[in-house]
Design a protein around this ligand. Structure first.
Ligand code: ATP
Length: 135
């Protein structure tokens, strides 16, 4: 691997979403956005629902992550996420339906409403729609 590259792996329980050498990335760290260049100091952090921004050979692209963990060590960045999709993989109609379902559930205030669960589903849907619209 060249000196100014780092290997980025994004995996979910279902599949390997991404495994390539990249120049730079920005991750949605639990305590704020984290920019990672090759030879970054070792770290482990949890991730928020958000968008990873990746630069590779002058190209820029984005990957939605539904939260999880990121480890950086020896110019290797490993992201373990419950779910992740490259922007072109996002099914916009499905995300719209998920957004509506979550909004309706929150508005209906049923006595058995799990508000945190509904809000997290809403955040995932809104972030997927944002990622897809920015691609
Ligand atoms: P839904 O209610 O539509 O299932 P969700 O936010 O609950 O949405 P997740 O639990 O985050 O879904 O993801 C479950 C699986 O479905 C993952 O493999 C994820 O990549 C995939 N997935 C969910 N929503 C989309 C979407 N809009 N486009 C593409 N893949 C999706």
């Amino acid at each position: 691997m060249s000196e100014n590259k780092q290997r980025l792996e994004i995996v979910t329980p279902q599949r390997k979403v991404f495994s390539e050498e990249v120049d730079f990335l920005v991750a949605p760290g639990a305590e704020g956005e984290l920019g990672i260049l090759p030879n970054h100091a070792a770290l482990i952090t949890s991730l928020n629902i958000g968008i990873m921004r990746i630069e590779q050979d002058g190209k820029k692209f984005k990957v939605f992550v539904s939260g999880g963990f990121m480890e950086v060590r020896n110019s290797r960045v490993t992201v373990l996420a419950t779910a992740a999709e490259r922007t072109e993989e996002i099914d916009v109609a499905r995300a719209e339906a998920a957004r509506k379902r979550a909004e309706d559930r929150i508005a209906a205030k049923a006595p058995d409403l799990d508000l945190i669960r509904a809000e997290l589903a809403l955040q995932r849907a809104l972030m997927r729609l944002k990622a897809a619209s920015e691609k």
